[in-house]
Design a protein around this ligand. Structure first.
Ligand code: C5P
Length: 224
């Protein structure tokens, strides 16, 4: 049986991957993997259970046994961790920062591999992350590396947090984004980098509609 098609979208924090992937999944009627949410969930579960961000084995154990449900409905998507709705709390900058720390641990990444690959089901998958095209789905039929300047990404993240009613400072977000870029790009395990066969897309001066149009054209040109 042939494998379901995978569209892998990688790139740094705040490049608009999340919004793009949601739109693409809706357009294509595909499943959606938000792999960053998994690292955020590991960080949050560790916090709940009082596990240190340095304890690699205990964090990997949490990753391997994550009790999580991704619920989708017409009005809102929900992430439920151990029975609790954490859709908002996993999106804070503090959890994002801890997620980027746990994401640098080999055993944690390994513990999440099978769970991520299991999202690739018929009719297809849009996968959002840092290593979708390089490590998790190297066979993906389309790979996009979506980026934008750090300043523009910080600005977008700021607006996004504000619109969700969360407290935010633009200057702090920019520092966090640069730190996170540095950590994601320079870690030894699955560093953030474009796959050799990825299409690079710098969306600093593009609207989300323009990005979506460009990517949909690529997808259609590949016969999907
Ligand atoms: O994409 P998001 O900001 O939700 O991801 C949170 C953190 O998880 C990132 O800063 C990155 O360090 C890590 N991550 C990763 N690999 C992925 C997805 C996210 O290392 N595939």
């Amino acid at each position: 049986m042939s494998k379901p098609p995978v569209i892998a979208i990688d790139g740094p924090s705040g490049s608009g991957k999340g919004t793009l992937c949601k739109l693409l999944a809706q357009r294509m009627g595909y499943h959606l993997l938000d792999s960053g949410a998994l690292y955020r969930l590991v960080a949050l579960a560790a916090e709940h259970h009082g596990v240190s961000m340095e304890n690699e084995r205990a964090l990997a154990d949490i990753a391997a046994h994550l009790d999580v449900q991704f619920l989708t409905s017409a009005d809102a998507d929900k992430v439920v961790l151990e029975g609790e709705d954490v859709s908002l709390s996993i999106r804070t900058e503090a959890v994002g920062m801890n997620a980027s720390r746990v994401a640098g641990l080999t055993l944690v990444r390994r513990a999440l591999e099978a769970r991520q690959r299991a999202f690739a089901e018929i009719p297809g998958l849009v996968a959002d992350g840092r290593d979708m095209g390089t490590v998790i789905f190297p066979q993906a039929c389309i790979k996009i590396f979506l980026t934008a300047s750090a300043e523009e990404r910080a600005n977008r993240r700021y607006k996004q947090l504000k619109s969700k009613g969360l407290d935010a400072s633009l200057a702090d977000i920019l520092v966090d984004i640069k730190q996170r870029d540095d950590r994601d790009q320079n870690r030894t395990v699955a560093p953030l980098r474009p796959a050799v066969d990825a299409v690079l897309l710098d969306c600093t001066h593009m609207s989300i509609a323009e990005v979506e149009h460009k990517v949909m054209t690529l997808i259609r040109n590949r016969g999907l």
